[in-house]
Ligand binder design. Sequence first.
Ligand SMILES: N[C@@H](CCC(=O)N[C@@H](CS)C(=O)NCC(=O)O)C(=O)O
Length: 214
Amino acid sequence: MITISAFKWVPDFAQGLVRDLRVRWALEEAGLPYKTRLLEQGDQDKPDYRALQPFGQVPILEEDGLVLFESGAIVLHIGERSETLLPKDVGARARAMQWLIAALNSIEPSIMNVALIDIFYPNEEWAKLRRPAAVEFAQKRLSALSKSLGDKPYLDGDRFSAGDLMMVTVLRILRHTDIVSSEKRLAAYVEHCTARSAFKRALDAQLGDFRIAA
Ligand SMILES: N[C@@H](CCC(=O)N[C@@H](CS)C(=O)NCC(=O)O)C(=O)O
């Protein structure tokens, strides 16, 4: 049975955003059952966990002696068992991976620049000075993403893939602002991807674990 790591509890701002959600969603899309290894605060710094995840982060995936960290690597690994996530067609499969990496490498950094300011440094003078340029840069990236999406339902056309799963979890990081929601096409894209029953089950499972711990 697959085990994934997650935090037992996190503050409200992070609930529904913690990156194990990506893996739970991928597992739900793939129809693979899993259990969770829930970390108390501080567990991520203990040597036994650091031996599995060098940076002390969630999620990791454990299965039959295989241990993987990095949500992108884990989603791609799960995708090997799901045509929904990684289509069989060679080109479509490569493009699904391309969009997953674009989400992590070309979109997430600019989104995190804004999110980190808002969450951890809202009252710092330097952060107030830095924020407008960080927002402007994120908007530039999002506007390019929106143009590329165009009127298609998904990034590669008519089919949902691991690329959409990752992109949507990245875009949701700015749910506390109107930076994504004011881009109408992206807002609609996030809405219809998160209407998938697999996403709902994944989100319920993460929030359910927090409720139990509260
Ligand atoms: N690049 C990593 C990032 C993982 C990550 O940032 N996880 C956060 C939770 S969403 C975490 O564990 N933070 C605790 C820490 O960094 O100490 C991935 O995608 O798996």
